[in-house]
Design a protein around this ligand. Structure first.
Ligand code: AMP
Ligand code: GLY
Length: 426
């Protein structure tokens, strides 16, 4: 079958890499892809948010299955458009994608489903938001843009003054475009964070898997938030008991509620959780694989990704094997110096000829045929092993072989998991 992967990051390279191992897949197109995806398929220069263009491409090239990496085309209704045209697609409908596209919509579903999440109130008027905020103790709440804000829409102000600036800039100042027209003021909770993933189709939830990512740019969780600087699986605290609890208290009730409400889910469900003293609490839902979590989950997945995605698209996920393996995987993201702020691109990359597993994120090929940097997150090295220590050594030794001008990566990815025995939950 001919498969189209939509997106251009490390996540999409990992998906394409895994699809290339499937006997069901004869050809892979990636739109728009990067220098790494060109080695596993054919890159088609088309924006991942150009739903009309993607539909035309899928029809023209007789694509059998489309797999969407990023959230924006899902929220824009790519699944509905493809389904109307009789095309198979692995992505939730626009209605179901509101789970990620609108934080207040997600709160409503969680409330109906009885799923634990921090209490929040929704505002679209800055005066009302300010007055509510001032009634709360400083540092006791977070402020979230309701809509998609490319991972930047959550603010954790420590003072009323910071919070007031945030509210005014979101609602009146358009800091996040329309995503911030409505905002949530939510109780601040604390605890370890974990990303949990499962394939979902209707009420059926596949076997789940957990990973941890690192959002801050520097070691010790210092510096600004990024798209993600590294990840590992399994988390040292992830036990069969916790997995069962997350499944029965969060994943299954959400899938059931969405089916009941007429926004039946189909695709990959990603629950961002905080393990609070009261139990696992939902920080956010996403409708896609995390990036860079996907880069450790694809090497872990033992089952055929193409078969799982096809079965989900055809409504027969319940009869399909989803078997996550048992090893450990660690990935390290190599970024351009200055990311997530300003950075230079076009830097030649050396050391890519080694055998290590390296997924490309922001890379391109220049006129001289050299692979060069083309984004903030440039490359993701992946290590595998019987435990996190072994996997981590491999990921860092791969990163050590690669260089480009201004290269930066964190040195502490998965360090906290080293002293703990590997849990056997997955
Ligand atoms: P998100 O973009 O929703 O993943 O949120 C970004 C980060 O903000 C999360 O990874 C948490 O560290 C933090 N965060 C989100 N919601 C809360 C909350 N209610 N309390 C404390 N921290 C939060
Ligand atoms: N790794 C976090 C995300 O993809 O949203």
């Amino acid at each position: 079958m001919r498969v189209l992967v939509v997106g251009n990051g490390g996540r999409e390279h990992a998906l394409a890499w895994k699809l290339a191992q499937s006997e069901l897949v004869s050809e892979i197109l990636i739109a728009p892809g990067n220098a790494g995806t060109a080695a596993v398929g054919e890159n088609v220069p088309m924006d991942a948010e150009d739903v009309d263009g993607l539909l035309e491409l899928a029809l023209d090239r007789e694509v059998d299955l489309t797999i969407v990496g990023p959230e924006a085309p899902m929220v824009a209704g790519i699944a509905d458009r493809f389904a109307d045209a009789g095309l198979k697609i692995f992505a939730p409908t626009a209605s179901a994608a509101q789970l990620e596209g609108s934080k207040s919509w997600a709160k409503d579903v969680m409330s109906k489903a009885g799923v634990r999440t921090a209490q929040a109130r929704k505002f679209d008027d800055s005066e009302e938001a300010l007055s509510h905020m001032l009634s709360l103790p400083e540092g006791s709440f977070v402020i979230k843009a309701d809509g998609l804000a490319a991972g930047k829409g959550v603010l954790l102000p420590d003072t009323h003054q910071e919070a007031s600036n945030a509210i005014v800039s979101m609602i009146d100042g358009n800091a996040f475009g329309h995503a911030g027209d409505t905002l949530l003021i939510e109780d601040r909770t604390s605890g370890p964070e974990v990303s949990v993933f499962a394939f979902v189709q209707g009420e059926h939830v596949s076997a789940e898997v957990a990973a941890c990512d690192y959002k801050r740019v520097n070691d010790g969780d210092e510096g600004p938030n990024t798209g993600g600087m590294g990840a590992y699986t399994p988390p040292e605290f992830w036990t069969p008991k916790l997995a069962a609890q997350v499944r029965s208290e969060i994943l299954e009730p959400i899938a059931r509620q969405m089916a009941v409400d007429g926004s039946s889910y189909s695709g990959l469900l990603y629950a961002g959780l905080m393990l609070t003293d009261e139990g696992p609490s939902v920080i956010e839902f996403n409708c896609r694989f995390g990036d860079p979590e996907c880069e450790v989950l694809m090497p872990l997945l033992e089952s055929d990704l193409a078969e799982i995605c096809l079965a989900t698209a055809e409504g027969r996920l319940a009869e399909t094997e989803v078997n996550w393996g048992s090893g450990a995987h660690v990935c390290v993201v190599m970024t351009s110096g200055g990311y997530p702020g300003k950075y230079r691109t076009g830097m030649p990359i050396s050391g890519l000829e080694n055998d290590a597993l390296v997924f490309h994120a922001g890379t391109a090929v220049n006129e001289s045929g050299e692979t060069v940097t083309a984004g903030g997150r440039v490359l993701v090295t992946v290590g595998s092993g019987k435990d996190v220590a072994e996997a981590r050594d491999e990921a860092y030794s791969a990163a050590g072989e690669i260089s480009f001008d201004g290269q930066h990566h964190r040195d502490d990815i998965a360090e906290r998991a080293l002293c703990s025995p590997v849990a056997s939950a997955q």
